[in-house]
Design a protein around this ligand. Structure first.
Ligand code: FE
Length: 334
C-alpha cells in the first residue's frame, strides 16, 4: 500500500517523463499475482505498483483521490462491481485492437470502459445420493419439488445479484420475482456463509442442492479445504441452462482509471493480460477459465467439464443490479 503511494509520489515529483510504471488498484488478493507482475516488468521494463482492497474500498479511495489519484488500473472480480465503478465516472474508454480482438464482446463494456480477463460460472451442486435427478436450470431451483432442500448465500451478495440480473434479462421482472419467491420457499435454511459453506451444507446433509461458483469447488480439489476436501464423493454438479440461455458466468475485470497518469503503460498491461501466457496464469491462480479463445484451461478447471455459457453482455449484470436488489427485497429474500 505504502509502497505504491511512495513510488507514485516520487514518479510524479522527481522523475517526470521517464519513470516507467503502472499503478494498479486490485481487489484480487492472490500472492501469485506477484509473478504475473514480475513477468510484465521483465518483458516491458514497466514497474508495477499495487494497492489491494475490497472493490468498495478501492472505489471510495479513487473518489476521494479524484484528479490526484495515482491509479492507472482498477481490477475487480465481478462485472456488477466494475460496472458500478464505471457508473461513478471512474473509468475511461480504451482503444485497443488487441483487447477488442482477444476479449470476446460479451466480456467487454460496450464502449470499452472495462474488459474481462477470466471467467467463473455460477452452477448447481447437489448430493448424488439424495438428488439423483437434479434441477438442470436456474429456473428449476424454484420448483416446489425442491422445497426445504436448496442452499444459497445471501441475496445481498454480489454473485447472487449478478445471477438475478441475468435472470431478469432472460425471464423478465415478473418471472424473476416469481423465481426469487420460489427459491426462497425452497431454502433448506436461512442464507448463511459464503459459497464454500453451501458445499459444506451438502456434505453435512443440511442441504441437498446448492448454488456455488465453479472455482470454489475446484479449489477443494487443488488445496485442502476444511470440511470439503476428501469428503466430496457424494457431490455432483450441473452446468445449468445448457438447453436454453447457457450457464451464467461472471468475470474478473479491469479498466483504466479516468485520470490515469500512465495510460500508455496501463494499456500495455491490459494487453499483456490477454497474452496466452498471462491468460493461463491469470485464470489458473483462482481455478477460473481464460477469456481468450484457444488458451488452455487448467487441468483442475477442465475437470469440471465443458459447457455452453450465457452470452449476455455482462454490462447487463450492472444495469439490472438495482432491480435485482429490489426484487429480492420485495419477496423478503434475506
Ligand atoms: Fe469468490
Amino acid at each position: 500500500m505504502h509502497r505504491l503511494l511512495a513510488a507514485a509520489f516520487i514518479a510524479a515529483t522527481a522523475l517526470p517523463g521517464w519513470a516507467q510504471e503502472v499503478n494498479i488498484y486490485s481487489s484480487r488478493h492472490y500472492d501469485t499475482d506477484e509473478k504475473l507482475y514480475l513477468d510484465f516488468t521483465e518483458a516491458t521494463g514497466i514497474e508495477v505498483n499495487r494497492i489491494e482492497g475490497t472493490t468498495d474500498e478501492l472505489i471510495a479511495r479513487l473518489k476521494a483521490e479524484g484528479r490526484n489519484s495515482p491509479a492507472d488500473i482498477l481490477l475487480t472480480v465481478d462485472a456488477g462491481r466494475i460496472w458500478l465503478a464505471d457508473r461513478e465516472g471512474l473509468l475511461q474508454p480504451v482503444q485497443s485492437d488487441v483487447l477488442d480482438s482477444r476479449v470476446p464482446a460479451e466480456f467487454r463494456h460496450p464502449d470499452d470502459h472495462w474488459f474481462g480477463f477470466s471467467t467463473r460460472a455460477r452452477i448447481i451442486f447437489h448430493s448424488k445420493s439424495r438428488v439423483p435427478n437434479p434441477p438442470r436450470t436456474y429456473e428449476a431451483l424454484a420448483d416446489p419439488e425442491w422445497k426445504g432442500r436448496v442452499c444459497i448465500r445471501s441475496a445481498t451478495d454480489v454473485y447472487n445479484l449478478s445471477l438475478m440480473s441475468a435472470i431478469i434479462a432472460h425471464d423478465g421482472e415478473a418471472g424473476a420475482a416469481e423465481w426469487a419467491k420460489g427459491v426462497l420457499d425452497n431454502l433448506a435454511r436461512p442464507p448463511e456463509g459464503a459459497d464454500l459453506d453451501q458445499l459444506r451444507g451438502i456434505i453435512s446433509g443440511q442441504c441437498d442442492i446448492a448454488v456455488v461458483n465453479t472455482y470454489y469447488y475446484a479449489r477443494t480439489l487443488a488445496e485442502n479445504v476444511d470440511g470439503i476436501s476428501g469428503e466430496s464423493e457424494d457431490l455432483a454438479w450441473v452446468f445449468p441452462n445448457q438447453e436454453t440461455t447457457g450457464t451464467h458466468v461472471n468475470i474478473a475485470a479491469a479498466g483504466i482509471v479516468i485520470n490515469s497518469p500512465n495510460k500508455e503503460n496501463a494499456v500495455r498491461f491490459l494487453e499483456y493480460l490477454t497474452t496466452d501466457q498471462a491468460q493461463a496464469y491469470f485464470a489458473n491462480q483462482n481455478y477460473e477459465f481464460p477469456v481468450v479463445e484457444g488458451v488452455k484451461v487448467s487441468e483442475i478447471a477442465a475437470s469440471l467439464g465443458t459447457f455452453r455459457r450465457d452470452t449476455l453482455n455482462l454490462s447487463v449484470l450492472g444495469e439490472n443490479q438495482p432491480k435485482a436488489q429490489e426484487i429480492f427485497n420485495a419477496v423478503g429474500f434475506p
